[in-house]
Write a protein that binds this ligand. Structure first.
Ligand code: SF4
Length: 70
């Protein structure tokens, strides 16, 4: 599963990513974006577009590995 990450030191809270992928990003109480959900496959294109569109390049996508066996 992929997950977006917003660097809070870079984000300027323009809201672009929130409008592009509202199921993944939201503005927190500081007015900065945060990725509050994993990135579902059908949202991946929107998230990649948000990564490319972010004016300060604050968003990255990381691969989360859930292969741990209990
Ligand atoms: S597009 Fe970039 S700068 Fe704008 S709110 Fe999203 S992460 Fe922050």
């Amino acid at each position: 599963m992929k997950r977006a990450y917003v660097n809070p030191d870079l984000c300027i809270g323009c809201g672009l990513c929130v409008s592009m992928a509202p199921e993944v990003f939201r503005l927190n109480e500081q007015g900065l974006s945060e990725a509050y959900a994993e990135t579902p496959e059908d949202e991946l294109d929107a998230v990649v577009e948000a990564v490319d569109s972010c004016p300060v390049k604050a968003i990255s996508i990381v691969e989360e590995d859930f292969d741990t066996e209990n």
